[in-house]
Write a protein that binds this ligand. Structure first.
Ligand code: C5P
Length: 222
């Protein structure tokens, strides 16, 4: 059977990575979390004290940065210049700044190039904001995941509490809405459903329901 590409886009905390990871495991495909790449760059730029609105400075950093994504024991492992930063890139600081890094055209151009290289042989499940529209416009399966801000904040809140992290539901709602706004309104490759993507509203669906839908679409095309 052929090894297809599956693009999964949608707003922040819509459950993209959770379902993408499971679908990739079921298909024995590679899973690429493109948000982790923007997060890794943001983490490095913040550590260097770079100005996040200085595109030239960011692209200079990115051109001298290696970002590796690999399967780990609990999900995807992220290496920044060979050093694991899997947890560090999920900090509140990085989460609340990453969208400012992701607006820059040259940053996106380099990220897209790297992402397309990961997908050259097919057999990939990739999640992000512009996968169906820009990174993999010819993906055999395109899915756009949606859920209300309320629902997405509730899920993230429950996840934080389960991990023993401090969590403020109202603040989460504001942060998720703010990130969606920047991601949707940017000029270059904004968050947008591709015309040929299948929209799935996950608000009242379980993880298994969503995975089953994606697997159904994939198996039709393999
Ligand atoms: O997916 P995640 O929430 O980790 O992504 C973090 C941020 O990276 C997004 O809010 C967005 O600003 C940026 N991003 C992007 N394009 C992608 C993936 C992520 O602009 N394909």
């Amino acid at each position: 059977s052929r090894r297809i590409s599956i693009a999964i886009d949608g707003p922040a905390a819509a459950g993209k990575s959770t379902v993408a990871k499971i679908a990739a495991e079921k298909l024995t495909y590679i899973y690429i979390d493109t948000g982790a790449m923007y997060r890794a760059l943001t983490y490095k730029a913040l550590n260097k004290g770079a100005s996040l609105d200085n595109e030239a400075e960011l692209i200079e950093i990115l051109n001298n940065t290696s970002i590796e994504l690999m399967p780990g024991e609990s999900g995807q492992k992220v290496l920044l210049d060979g050093i694991e930063v899997t947890n560090e890139i999920r900090s509140a600081e990085v989460t609340n700044q990453v969208s400012y890094v992701a607006v820059h055209e040259l940053v996106r151009k380099e990220m897209v190039k790297r992402q397309q290289q990961f997908a050259v042989d097919g057999g990939v499940v990739m999640d992000g904001r512009d996968i169906g529209t820009h990174v993999l416009p010819n993906a055999e399966v395109k899915v756009f995941l949606l859920a209300s801000v309320e629902e997405r904040a509730q899920r993230r809140h429950a996840e934080n509490i389960q991990k023993g992290f401090p969590s403020d539901l109202e603040k989460l709602k504001e942060e998720i809405a703010a990130r969606d706004k920047i991601d949707s309104e940017r000029v270059v490759a904004p968050l947008k459903k591709a015309d040929d993507a299948i929209e799935i509203d996950t608000t009242s669906l379980s993880i298994t329901d969503v995975v089953d839908k994606i697997m159904g679409l994939a198996l039709e095309r393999i």
